[in-house]
Unconditional design. Structure first.
Length: 70
């Protein structure tokens, strides 16, 4: 499963981008693809794992999960 870091995420608009060494372009992510209970959001610098989906607008992240730090 690919791993990356949140480049930015806008809570008001409900989307953002993830950067990953596995891809040459940043991946679009919507709040609805964040696997979390309650309020689903991401913060700049959060480490995440995700699946990838190709769409007409490019690649996007889905089933995004934050990596828990120890």
């Amino acid at each position: 499963m690919p791993r990356g870091f949140v480049k930015w995420f806008n809570d008001l608009k409900g989307y953002g981008f993830i950067s990953s060494d596995d891809f040459t372009e940043d991946l679009y992510v919507r709040f609805s693809e964040i696997c979390a209970g309650g309020y689903r959001t991401l913060k700049k610098g959060d480490e995440v794992i995700f699946e990838v989906e190709e769409s007409s607008g490019g690649i996007r992240a889905k089933k995004v999960t934050k990596v828990q730090s120890d």
